[in-house]
Design a protein around this ligand. Structure first.
Ligand SMILES: *Cc1c(COP(=O)(O)O)cnc(C)c1O
Length: 461
């Protein structure tokens, strides 16, 4: 063994203690460090021939790189829809690396059994029936991609073609209908060979991001054959929800696959006040839910569900002599684009075991309250304009006067020590979004974000 490796192995206990202390320092600094550091730059260095060992590498990372990282694990990073990591999720993630399992086959069944049981908990958490089978993937983009790959196979089935065997050329064009689809849906269509142009934007309701179901029905009748509908359960700008029940009922008259992108909106199921928004989620043929957002497990984690596991294994099966047959409960290697993958489910298992449905409901409701308070503060400031009602956990707002992108960028910079918002464009208006999804965000943090924003806009030129 190389002498550096041997030395680190001998000293492993002390070195992991140092790493633990560093982790605690990172977490302890979240409340005070700048929320984003857009100007931090590290000069590239040559690939080391002789390494310096873990302790010196840790010191170099701490000095050169760590200060430039954003406080995205912390309570006032309100960009995108980013969660942090609960204590139990963090512990699960550490143990995932320590155990370093390849959780994909029955040779080492315990890992994939843990994933299956965790998927069953998630299914229950989101009110889905046992007709929905699930698997872990790396994020909602991948979950949408897997769902749409199964949808593509289904369109093939309807047309008497096996896309997984014969390829796309045998399938021909496919229409994908959606109101306000997330950008990752276009990316998925590009990856899947259906093409970004396959996506037809269906009009949304007046002043809303929810699809106009009557307009959707017109598109379906024009499509004339089997197609794919992507329903949105929580749009990123205004967290608007399509009427999932009404869309599902259209299947009595039209032939389509219903994929629901519920990346973070699925968590509405945890709040009695909002659960009706996703009550019909189970009617979907495939469902996307992100976990590294509102479940507050570390990146990279999401789940995808589908009612057609048979089509899923047709697409993703990895036939190899040393892998088992598909059978009733196929090995996880046959379900997603990845073959080898880490025991990604463990962080989710830990946080659900440690805090339960109740603990996660408290996180969801506290975030929703934070968004309400923040939204009320935006409304109260005449220099700001709320662009949509606060429906769940995101506040979409802009400057009341002259909301140019450069003026909004100046606001983001001005508040960056205290809080981070993401820029967006909503109905043609440049805007900002404050998303509340971190388990650490307390009322004091909401107040600090409000104070910082009010101060920045009072000096904005
Ligand atoms: C975040 C998000 C995605 C993409 O998620 P990633 O985890 O970044 O891949 C897709 N759809 C919606 C609605 C989202 O909010």
């Amino acid at each position: 063994m190389h002498d550096r490796l041997a030395a680190d192995l001998t000293d492993l206990s002390r070195l992991l203690d140092l790493t633990r202390e560093r982790s605690l320092a990172v977490l302890g600094g979240l409340a005070e460090r700048p929320v984003i550091r857009p100007d931090w730059l590290v000069q590239p260095s040559a690939l080391p021939d002789r390494g310096c060992g873990l302790e010196a590498a840790l010191a170099e990372f701490t000095e050169k790189w760590e200060p430039g990282l954003s406080a995205s694990a912390g309570p006032r990073y309100l960009g995108f829809v980013t969660g942090g990591a609960t204590p139990a999720a963090l512990a699960g993630d550490w143990l995932t690396s320590a155990a370093d399992q390849n959780a994909n086959s029955s040779f080492e069944n315990t890992g994939q059994e843990l994933e299956r049981q965790t998927v069953a908990w998630l299914r229950e958490l989101f009110g889905l029936s046992t007709a929905q089978d699930g698997a872990f993937v790396s994020g909602a983009t991948m979950s949408n991609t897997v769902g749409l790959a199964i949808a593509r196979e289904w369109v093939g089935e309807r047309r008497g073609v096996s896309v997984s065997e014969q390829g796309l050329a045998a399938l021909g064009p496919v229409t994908v209908l959606s109101g306000a689809a997330h950008s990752s849906v276009s990316k998925a269509l590009s990856v899947l060979g259906l093409g970004r142009d396959a996506l037809v934007s269906v009009p949304t309701l007046d002043g809303r991001e929810a699809v106009d179901v009557a307009a959707l029905e017109r598109e379906l009748s024009e499509a004339g054959g089997p197609c794919i509908v992507v329903a949105n359960a929580g749009t990123v700008n205004t967290v608007d929800f399509d009427d999932l029940g009404a869309i599902a009922r259209l299947r009595g008259r039209y032939d389509f696959w219903l994929h629901v992108d519920a990346a973070f909106g699925a968590f509405a199921a945890l709040s009695p006040e909002h659960a009706h928004l996703v009550q019909a989620l189970d009617a979907a043929d495939s469902v996307c839910v992100d976990l590294h957002k509102w479940l507050n497990v570390p990146y990279d984690s999401a789940v995808q569900f589908t009612r057609r596991r048979d089509l899923q294994t047709r697409v993703f099966q990895n036939a190899a002599a040393y892998l088992g047959p598909l059978g009733e409960t196929p090995d996880l290697v046959h379900l997603t684009p990845e073959n080898s993958h880490r025991l990604r489910a463990l962080a989710t298992w830990f946080t659900l075991r440690a805090y339960g449905r109740d603990g996660h409901r408290e996180i969801v409701e506290r975030c929703v309250n934070g968004a309400r308070v923040f939204g009320a503060a935006v409304t109260a400031n005449p220099a700001l304009r709320l662009l949509a009602p606060v429906r769940l956990n995101v506040v979409c707002f802009t400057l009341a006067e002259d909301p140019r992108p450069d003026r909004l960028a100046a606001v983001i910079r001005e508040v960056s020590d205290e809080v981070f918002f993401t820029p967006t464009v909503y109905r043609g208006v440049p805007a900002l979004r404050a998303a509340f999804s971190n388990w650490r965000t307390e009322p004091e943090d909401v107040q600090r974000a409000v104070d910082s924003l009010n101060k920045a806009v009072s000096t904005a030129r």
